[in-house]
Design a protein around this ligand. Sequence first.
Ligand code: GCU
Length: 646
Amino acid sequence: MYSKLWLNYEAKENGAIVISEGFDTSKPVYINAVKELLNAGILSESTIRIVKACDESLGEEGYILSNENGDYIIKANTEKAVIYGSFRLINLLRCGEKLSVSKKEIPANPLRMLNHWDNMDGSIERGYSGSSFFFENNDVVINRRTEEYARFVASVGYNGIVINNVNVKQAACDLINDRFIDKVKALSELFDSYGVKLYLSLNYAAPIEDPAVASADPLDEKVIAWWEEKMKYIYSKIPGFAGFLVKADSEGRPGPFTYGRNQAEGANMLARAIKPYGGVIIWRCFVYNCRQDWRDLKTDRARAAYDYFHNLDGLFEENVVLQIKNGPMDFQVREPVTPLFGGMEKTNQMIEFQIAQEYTGQQRHICYLIPWFKEVLSFETYAKNAIGNGTTVKDIVSGRTYKRPMAGMCAVTNTGNDYNWTGHDLAAANLYGFGRLCFDPELSAEDIAKEWIALTFGSNEKVVNNILKMLMMSWPAYEKYNAPLGIGWMVAPHEHYGPDPDGYEYSMWGTYHKANHETIGLERNSTGTGYAGLYNEPWASCYEKVETTPDELMLFFHKMPYTHVLKSGKTIIQHIYDTHFEGAEDVEVMNSLWQELKGLVPEDSFERVNGRLEHQLYHSKEWRDVINSYFYRKTLIPDEKGRELY
Ligand code: GCU
């Protein structure tokens, strides 16, 4: 069993009449669109005309929705756009929209993707909502649930999914062999029939396993020929296959560096092999030294992606897209935006976020991430030589700034086999919200949340207001009781859950805070690792100096005395104490808001969220007390307000 999430409307014949003008009505994606229209209660007895638009401005995925004399009109150029338009029509009407003015919607991002980190044994790397629904016992699963998932994804406008973990191991290597290729084909067709392209993560090291090749050197003729053969095979089986996501030279995985080659040489070798078939290689930039000596003060993990990729700008094949994490470290609750955005002009780029809440409460804490993503996307990069409009992150990743053909947004997804798909009922807001944000990054986090609440819980005013408040205060609250002022990483190693201030301090992962009894933080300006200087001006100068560095990133950029007074007027130590007490109090507020909804939201949902809130109440206090006590013990500076420290 599974929840119907935001598509929780009764599926029944509704007496609607659908008239098609100019479309190929035999295409599976079109048939599915019509099926949705005929099943949505809100359209009962309506007439819906689906009209071929022949309007270049709509592209392949845009649509116009309107209401003419009571008839609903969906105009689009392609069958695929009809399915996005159909879902949108249904959801708009369910949110109370009357369509008195027509709506023209064109996705801002060409690629709008989810990355599953699902393993073939059914486990999910960083999964917090049960096991995989794609794989089980080293086999591929295709069932009713898979189709339901395709509906959810299409209904908010995602157009691509990568189904297996970026760390490709064991049976996952066989997804591109005879063993599983027919099942991958079936999955690919299923998702295609909802307008969603299927991608696989690829094992860069695969030819090493073939004794006749025994190498993965991208310049080795045998390796090149091996991949050419492989691509030929894959496309003979799945002609419309979209392409691959690759994690190479990362966290122990082999890659071009293993052979003294650079990242472009690695990516291009695969890109050339797949090019004849129209496929794409999405190459991750999460490359850094994960065997650092913590005594080494010169190496700075934050610099790594920039240092490895920036100089290769313009050297990548046209069918390569670099997938770049939003920050320079790894999905912390607060990081600066990576300087790679704004640092490359001639390379296809997309941004990688994480809605799997690895570092943001693992779907046991409420953490609505869309406000954070909005901040990142709105960051002005001051990129030079722009040929299109705008130089914020969202302009760059949508391809607008440098008129790049391939670009977009993706997120490591938060789904699994749990009844509610996302572990925490309220975490579905991130799955819904990220799709909407990919489609239209101009939408506000509040508006996205309101839509999701209305579709999921209905339009009762109290329900909408209370859940909206809970969602909107959740990321700030989590940041408050987590590691302070951008320093990150005060989590239990490996599991990444719960406070452990020194957990990563003497490790090899390059994630240090360097706290002693007087100071904390890293010097990342010109007197330190020089990381601040990687940004375009005026950011480089801004982050260079303490006076101009924003409070929330102070410890990321500077080693500071605890007695330093922030722009807020508080000392760093008092800021730490205050935010940690506030964060835990915020959870009390969220809890009261939820308690008021008893009887107004479905009982099972109420209880599930209740259970998680109970844990969050306890665990936010754990964070508060461990972090505050850690700093009190280091500094022996008492809390101005005399609250209890241990
Ligand atoms: C993090 C995460 C890993 C993951 C990696 C990645 O380090 O903890 O589980 O494999 O990111 O993005 O590749």
